[in-house]
Design a binder for this molecule. Structure first.
Ligand code: AMP
Length: 467
């Protein structure tokens, strides 16, 4: 198996990897690092969770070390564009870890914080800047920053940037960076608009792909409930209370809604039932979003409700379940959502709640992503629970499953990948994932045996709270 020291990286970078405890490159790192070190442009088709940050950061740091230029006034030598504040902050944290021993200065600028502070901190320039496109252009328009010294340009989650309406920003930025530069372009999906962008940004890029275009990660078991819109909350309560036979321990549950309002409503309802949860969405301030993420990461709250925009690219180890409380109207978004689980070599469970009004979304998701969702039945007494007259109502309100369970936080950022924490399957369902030693994140995953699928038959089988 290839080790990092066989890829041509410098000693300071190898030392930084050693400190992080990484010895074996992930597939995208193995494929991307050598050509990037040679100075080639790169097109990486990969989701977060595959180790792509290190795949571009490590060789880029060595490129910067090799060119050894001074830090430019009001500019940067490497620019990383990311769609959201959270992702930008996450990349900045990695860049600091990897770049510290190489002596590189790393800064991040994101919306929702003081522009004046950003202006001051960028005045003397930086080696590496991680930015969201909007804030970057604000500073450029104010003549507080320019892109004339950029040697390496990275676009991370380019498809998400387009979805967020950054196309004009990206076109402008392309005009402002020097023609002579290296471009590393990452996207989880490859719609036509992205292909066009690639052809404008990259020169003869080496293409590296670790998850086939528009397919869903294969270590994720995907389930589907057909459920009335006004019964979704009751179904969620039931699942969180452990009263439906959903596979796996609900260690960390990420719930998606389409709207900010919808996210707040779910939080409110859960709170009414004594279940602690937080929401992240565009109406929350940056510190609120960060706090919610931190609490979720640490396991202080086991449930996080998010809109697509807010959840983009965030890497939270140990998300056991993703619940699509409302289906996304953009099919590719489904891939992004469920990709929040099954990180770092683990398995994961994704559950979709499809209302009558969402059937067309479901059809698109299946068609575009090839997702295979096993239909689960609602429990027999479900109607009664919804109407509040059923025998299970008090227990559902008690919400024993999630709120009382102690979560032991796993070490952040360290894939365990040894199969521990693997969701348990309902009777008869059997995992046949061929083990991947080392438990590296991402990569070419082995399709698991779906034999005995269908599940749901035993709806409502109570489970040990700490199983
Ligand atoms: P990313 O796709 O860049 O968000 O990375 C996903 C997770 O994998 C992060 O928590 C990284 O710290 C971790 N990671 C990246 N590369 C490796 C590696 N070679 N070995 C183990 N873990 C890694």
């Amino acid at each position: 198996m290839t080790q990092f020291d066989q890829l041509g990286l410098s000693q300071p970078v190898l030392q930084a990897l050693d400190l992080k405890g990484y010895s074996t490159p992930t597939p995208i790192q193995e494929q991307a690092i050598p050509p990037v070190l040679e100075g080639r442009d790169l097109l990486g088709i990969a989701q977060t969770g595959t180790g792509k940050t290190a795949a571009f950061m490590l060789p880029a740091i060595d490129r910067l070390r090799a060119s050894d230029n001074n830090i430019p006034f009001k500019s940067c030598r490497m620019l990383v564009l990311a769609p959201t504040r959270e992702l930008a902050m996450q990349i900045a944290a990695s860049a600091k870890d990897y770049g510290a021993l190489a002596g590189l200065k790393v800064q991040a600028i994101v919306g929702g914080t003081s522009v004046n502070k950003d202006r001051n901190k960028l005045h003397r320039g930086t080696d590496i800047l991680i930015a969201t496109p909007g804030r970057l252009l604000d500073l450029i328009d104010q003549k507080a920053f320019n892109l004339s010294a950029v040697e390496v340009l990275v676009l991370d989650e380019a498809d998400q940037m387009l979805d967020l309406g950054f196309i004009h920003a990206l076109r402008r930025i392309n005009q402002l960076v020097p023609k002579e530069r290296q471009t590393l372009f990452f996207s989880a999906t490859m719609p036509k608009a992205i292909k066009e962008l690639v052809s404008n940004y990259c020169r003869n890029p080496v293409q590296v792909s670790v998850t086939p275009e528009s397919t869903t990660a294969e270590r994720i078991d995907q389930y589907l409930f057909m459920v009335q819109k006004d019964e979704k909350q009751a179904l969620l309560d039931l699942i969180l209370a452990g009263r439906h036979d959903i596979p796996g321990d609900l260690e960390r549950v990420l719930i998606f809604t389409r709207t900010k309002h919808g996210a707040d409503r779910v939080v409110k309802k859960l709170r009414q039932r004594g279940i602690d949860s937080n929401a992240i969405h565009g109406n929350k301030s940056q510190p609120q979003r960060q706090r919610a993420l931190d609490e979720f990461r640490r396991g202080k709250t086991q449930i996080l409700i998010a809109t697509d925009v807010a959840a983009r690219g965030i890497d939270i180890p140990g998300v056991s379940h993703v619940i699509n409380y409302e289906l996304p109207n953009v099919p590719e978004q489904y891939v992004h959502r469920i990709g929040r689980t099954a990180r770092a070599g683990k398995d994961g469970v994704a559950i979709a709640f499809c209302g009558e009004d969402e059937r067309a979304y479901l059809k698109d998701i299946r068609k575009v992503t090839g997702a295979e969702l096993d239909r689960l039945d609602l429990p027999e007494n479900f109607r009664a629970v919804v109407e509040g007259v059923g025998p299970t109502k008090p227990e559902v309100r008690g919400a024993t499953r999630v709120s009382k369970k102690k979560v032991r936080p796993k070490p952040a950022g360290r894939p365990t990948g040894d199969g521990s924490g693997k969701p348990k399957k309902p009777g008869g369902k059997h995992h046949a994932r061929k083990g991947k030693p080392g438990g590296r994140p991402g990569g070419n995953r082995t399709r698991r045996d779906k034999g005995g699928a269908g599940g749901g038959g035993g709806g409502g089988r109570p489970r040990a709270a700490n199983a």
